[in-house]
Design a protein around this ligand. Structure first.
Ligand code: AMP
Ligand code: MN
Ligand code: MN
Length: 317
């Protein structure tokens, strides 16, 4: 890395941190870990995290209750964007725009770097793993280790996905040596679902449709169904992975309606389909095996448009 985080932040009085809309475990873990680290290393600076309200399951992470989801008028000497580029910052975009110095740290292969200073490492499985590598190990403590661990387990599917490397496992081993209750953290933040989340997942699985000779599967939850279950987007996490777990599937698509004729699309693929390439075509992005985008049109328009790109890749294998 050609620049030093602490050197770049040392003169800042006010440092803001944010990540993407609909923050996931890696995003929440990375933002809170960065806040803890900067407060520890640069005690004279004011540090604050801005995020859309994250799922309550992350409440045990230090600093969770201080997360600002109101996005009032503020200005920052340094603004740090984690786990995304500026296009997915949502309401935090204006802090980024007006900041004295803009820093972007991420691991999405589709992110070209949006800051004055960038550190994008696509070969690493989680932004929290990237942060582990750039933080001074002497400063780690139990709370910081827990936040980094949450990010790593969420983006690697508990060290299961192909973005897991021997180095990821070594970092995981070091992190759990700080003595937090990791089995409970895994159960409560990753596997556990509320009754409603389980109901809606059941419905999505029941209504899923296979196509392309059973190699693709799609399921969609529209706004009426979301309202019926009183569900929010974060209640839909994990559905696309469950679709991908079905035997014979090379590409799983999960969509939920965000507006009239607008859907958030999640893709999970085998090595036969590059999900980031498909999502990038529709203005989204992500990783080779997991990516997402927002699409306009009817459900059938979206599936037809996605299918063209998926089919091309499947035909080539
Ligand atoms: P999701 O399906 O939303 O869980 O996203 C899968 C992966 O793709 C995650 O790493 C996301 O951060 C990334 N991703 C999702 N949507 C977008 C988007 N619109 N632009 C860039 N990356 C995305
Ligand atoms: Mn993320
Ligand atoms: Mn991530």
């Amino acid at each position: 890395m050609e620049w030093n985080l602490l050197v770049e932040c040392q003169d800042a009085k006010r440092i803001g941190i944010s990540g993407h809309v609909r923050p996931d475990g890696d995003c929440v873990g990375a933002c809170l870990a960065m806040q803890m680290y900067l407060r520890k290393c640069l005690p004279q600076a004011q540090v604050k995290v801005f995020l859309e309200k994250p799922a309550d399951i992350f409440r045990e992470l230090k600093g969770f209750d201080e997360i600002d989801s109101a996005f009032g008028e503020e200005a920052f000497d340094v603004f740090i964007v984690l786990d995304c580029a500026e296009d997915r910052l949502g309401d935090a975009y204006r802090y980024f725009q007006t900041a004295g110095k803009r820093i972007n740290i991420d691991h999405h292969i589709t992110n070209k770097g949006c800051g004055d200073l960038n550190h994008i490492v696509p070969e690493v499985g989680a932004t929290c793993e990237v942060l582990y590598d750039l933080m001074d190990g002497e400063k780690l403590d139990r709370e910081l280790a827990m936040a980094l661990y949450v990010g790593i387990i969420h983006d690697t599917g508990i060290f299961q996905y192909s973005n897991t490397t021997p180095a990821t496992m070594e970092k995981g081993a070091k992190l759990i040596s700080y003595g937090f209750d990791f089995p409970r953290l895994i159960q409560e933040t990753f596997y556990q679902k509320t009754y409603i989340q389980s109901n809606i997942m059941g419905r999505a699985l029941l209504e899923s449709i296979r196509f392309m000779e059973g190699r693709c599967i799609v399921s969609c939850i529209d706004r009426k169904v979301m309202q019926f279950y009183d569900a929010e987007p974060k209640d839909l996490d994990g559905i696309v992975n469950q679709l991908r777990n079905i035997g014979g599937i090379d590409c799983a698509i999960f969509m939920y309606q965000t507006d009239v004729l607008e859907y958030k699309v999640s893709l999970r693929t085998s090595e036969k389909v590059n999900a980031a390439e498909v999502a990038s075509f529709f203005g989204g992005g992500g990783h080779a095996r997991a990516a997402g985008c927002t699409m306009r049109g009817t459900f059938h328009d979206c599936v037809n448009n996605l299918s063209l790109h998926i089919e091309k890749q499947l035909d080539n294998t």
